[in-house]
Design a protein around this ligand. Structure first.
Ligand code: WTA
Length: 631
């Protein structure tokens, strides 16, 4: 859907709230269904039970591939840019992508993957990753993509939770100057994963790998043995499309479940609406497909709209801080969708790299993953967009499937650091601690959504109760986002950050409990408490307070041991930025850790710690403050 003026936005928004079913049916009609739905929506937030387009039959890959073949078969679907600037880029037209997806779907079938089976994907950012994802969708298998930065243990936990039957991986991945031995990590993971029958391995880095007889197969060999066409499996709108694990307040990541029909409609609609995508434009989302942003805005959103999506294997600053800008210049990118953390890190290199590239192809800029601070917003606006490109600051979550609160490019007047207004079809509310809805403007509270939208999660895999408890039980009849938010005098929304025990490090969600569990696995650790603190580049950093009675005489060695443990248990992305050894933690008499106090200390603000006299051992606070100053 394209909206052309603010007036039109207001009109469409009003209709979307007053007649949501008509509104969404109209959008869903722009997709290809084998059979139309019987009922647009049935729902309650108490179980919760949410069904969109019930009775509808479709396959999402027919929408992302087949339906574009006739008119746009030779249009680039995916342009791939390597980590190595010397390497040629690769273009897959819709025709070629269609054939590759069909072939790989046949490989999956040949290896006994059937509709409903779960497949784990742990791959570098190469076109075959998109092919693997779409091939699963083609045959109705459920993909669970795991980001390349997770450890063997994290992968094993995810594979076991979903009981995956097959794993798709590569020998290794390039990320900037680093190489990650993906297959080796998978080999370690699979020691504890009896459900996995086959592993398909793509050759990418040509690093030596051990191929297990009877289990491991080469991608390149398999693809030669199959037909070039694979019929798409007919799916019910509410059949599962994928699982994506994300962190919450408890120690165990949960598998967010999205279903075929609603997710497709939502990813496609939000993509074309918010970014104002025009035919023939090049859309570049810098996320990794291991996260929801990559699922929705590298693969499904753009492809469902017949767009050209640019997939970048590398990192913005390798081999030089001009790399991202060179990629934009080289491929004449029109829409650039990136994260505040990337903007801040690039800002740190000054203006020379960005000013040296020709960015005149850019028309729209986007930001996602964490609140964008005003300084970064203005730098993005001035140096990247040259004050000509609207910035869409898109607020959303793994659970929402697609953008929720976001400007519409060229339509919604933007305001630095504000996600601005809800997209049509999205009904946000702010609530106070008691769950009362806060009306009016110039207010703040916890952000909830009061009406379903097609892209919302349906359950958490294998544990529906957990879905209910996490999202639908805090406030009755509302979906709770976990974010704090303010609505200013103009009714504009500004997300202020998580209000639960989740920290947002470089746009990646990490649960404090998960990091604590990992630290506590180290033999010398008695207990730990982890909080987030403001970090110039990452948005938030990870601060760990650790009770470690007998550290090495060189405490830094003990710190390194702990970092190694966290890397093993979760992955390098969860490594604490600061580790402070303490003799005790501030606890209430009932034994609850007072994180509020630790957060203040981590922020370096100890002026107003509140009443600490009721703590088990108030003296410990002074000790921690003292040590923190010396760190
Ligand atoms: C945060 C990423 C402020 C927020 C798509 C949310 C944001 C969490 C924004 C979801 C934004 C995402 N402004 N905060 N534009 N976008 N967030 O699941 O705290 O990885 O709850 O999804 O990121 O992270 P997730």
């Amino acid at each position: 859907m394209q909206i052309n003026s603010f007036d039109e936005y207001q009109k469409v928004y009003k209709q979307s709230v007053e007649q949501p079913e008509e509104f969404w049916a109209g959008i869903a009609d722009t997709f290809k269904w084998r059979k139309k739905w019987d009922k647009v929506l049935s729902w309650n937030f108490s179980e919760p039970n949410i069904k969109w387009f019930e009775g509808g039959k479709l396959n999402i890959t027919e929408n992302c591939l087949d339906r574009h073949l006739e008119k746009n078969g030779d249009k680039p679907a995916i342009i791939w840019e390597s980590n190595d600037p010397e390497k040629d880029s690769v273009t897959l037209t819709y025709k070629i992508l269609h054939e590759q997806v069909c072939r790989f779907a046949n490989v999956l079938k040949k290896n006994h993957v059937k509709k409903g089976d779960r497949v784990c994907i742990y791959m570098p950012m190469v076109p075959e990753l998109a092919v693997a994802v779409l091939a699963c969708a083609r045959i109705g298998a459920v993909h669970s993509v795991v980001f390349g930065g997770f450890s063997a243990k994290s992968i094993a936990d995810r594979i076991n939770d979903a009981q995956c039957k097959l794993v798709i991986t590569a020998d290794g991945a390039f990320r900037g100057a680093k190489q990650i031995q993906l297959k080796e990590v998978i080999d370690d993971a699979l020691i504890g994963c009896p459900s996995v029958e086959k592993v398909i391995v793509l050759t990418h880095t040509r690093t030596p790998v051990s191929m297990l007889k009877g289990r491991d197969l080469w991608f390149e060999d398999e693809i030669k043995l199959v037909d070039t066409y694979c019929p798409a499996e007919e799916m019910d709108a509410e059949d599962m499309l994928f699982i994506l694990y994300t962190s919450g307040s408890t120690g165990k990541p949960k598998g967010v479940v999205h279903t075929v029909g609603g997710y497709m409609v939502y990813a496609g609609y939000t993509f074309s609406t918010a970014f104002n995508y025009q035919p023939d434009e090049i859309f570049f989302c810098t996320a990794d497909i291991g996260w929801i942003t990559g699922h929705s805005y590298i693969v499904y959103g753009p492809l469902s709209q017949g767009a050209t999506t640019l997939m970048f294997e590398g990192v913005p600053t390798y081999p030089t801080p001009a790399r991202l800008w060179e990629v934009v210049d080289k491929h004449k990118v029109n829409i650039l969708y990136t994260a505040p953390t990337a903007i801040r890190s690039l800002m740190g290199f000054g203006n020379e790299p960005v000013d040296g590239a020709d960015l005149s192809s850019l028309r729209v800029l986007g930001s996602v993953g964490e609140p964008i601070n005003e300084e970064a917003w203005h730098w993005f606006d001035e140096h990247v967009g040259k004050k000509k490109c609207p910035i869409v600051d898109t607020w959303w979550q793994t659970e929402t499937g697609g953008l929720m609160i976001s400007p519409i490019a060229f339509v919604t007047p933007t305001k630095p650091s504000y996600a601005t207004l809800p997209l049509p079809g999205v009904q946000p509310v702010l609530v106070d601690e008691q769950g009362n809805i806060i009306e009016g403007n110039d207010v703040s509270g916890n952000l909830c959504i009061k009406f379903p939208w097609p892209g919302m999660l349906r359950t958490t895999y294998g544990d529906h109760e957990r879905c209910k408890l996490t999202y639908f039980s805090t406030y009755e009849n509302l979906y709770f986002t976990g974010d704090g938010c303010l609505r200013d005098a103009d009714g504009y929304y500004k997300i202020t950050g998580r209000v639960d025990d989740v920290i947002n490090v470089s746009g990646h969600r990490i649960g404090t409990a998960e990091v604590e569990n990992a630290i506590n696995m180290h033999a010398g650790v008695v207990e730990s408490a982890v909080v987030g603190y403001p970090h110039d580049v990452k948005g938030q950093g990870i601060y760990a307070f650790v009770i470690f009675p007998n550290p090495h005489s060189d405490a830094d060695l003990s710190r390194k041991d702990i970092l190694q443990t966290v890397t093993r248990v979760i992955g390098a992305i969860a490594k604490p930025d600061k580790i402070l050894f303490v003799s005790g933690l501030p606890k209430t008499r009932s034994g609850k850790i007072m994180r509020r106090i630790l957060r203040k200390i981590a922020e370096g603000d100890t002026s107003n710690l509140g009443d600490i006299s009721t703590l088990q051992d108030p003296g410990v606070v002074d000790e921690i403050i003292d040590k923190a100053r010396q760190l």
